[in-house]
Ligand binder design. Sequence first.
Ligand code: ADP
Ligand code: MG
Length: 237
Amino acid sequence: MLRVENIKHAFKTGNEWTTVLHDISFEVKEGEMVALLGSSGSGKSTLLNLMAGLMKPTEGHIYIADHDIVQMGENKLAEFRRKHIGFIFQAYELITSLTVRENVELPLVFQSVSPSVRKEKALALLEQVGIPDKADLFPSQLSGGQQQRVSIARSLITEPSVIFADEPTGNLDSKTEEEIIAILLRLNQTMKTTFIVVTHEHEVAEQMQRTFSLRDGYLIHDLNSEPDTVPAPGGAG
Ligand code: ADP
Ligand code: MG
């Protein structure tokens, strides 16, 4: 479903190149929900943005449903992303001038889906995320947790192959965080959507099927299912 092969990424600042991801490889199967765990600056967002096709890596390949998104041209990639990839941001990124329902429908507007079909799908998803009564309100009239529910509904409306979430509970208190993670876990179960969830919190990662950890741009595999995995470079083990 998702295959990351020998990804390396470097950023240029001034005349200096800094490598922030070192030879990252892993696979995620269809329907899996995996955590990408690591402290601030470890490279989580960079890796997520690469997998979502928002940037191109310095080296390596990324396959989603057998398509190499690194090799894809700009137009094809844009279309591929609209069809196959969902994204949930830490800061929700809703459009303030649109209602909740219009925000959820938006990805389908770009696919020329008819208004009545869009509306029906959006209302069904708002039901799924537990805020069917908020459809006609504007984002500013919602709490942070409610806004993130809208953003989750929006990410699902195209029935993407995979949803990437970058610290989806990073702006929320711990009770709301639990609610949002519970929604994601339930959606993964019921809709069989593949999720990659970035977090810096062990308690969040532990609830996923598998965890990949990043440390200073190096990947440490599968902490949940392989407790005796390779120690970090320089670590005491
Ligand atoms: P995380 O999401 O784990 O906090 P990031 O992927 O955002 O980490 O950042 C990883 C490293 O890459 C950090 O050292 C950060 O400063 C650097 N970095 C991220 N984005 C850029 C950029 N656009 N230009 C230069 N350096 C960047
Ligand atoms: Mg980040």
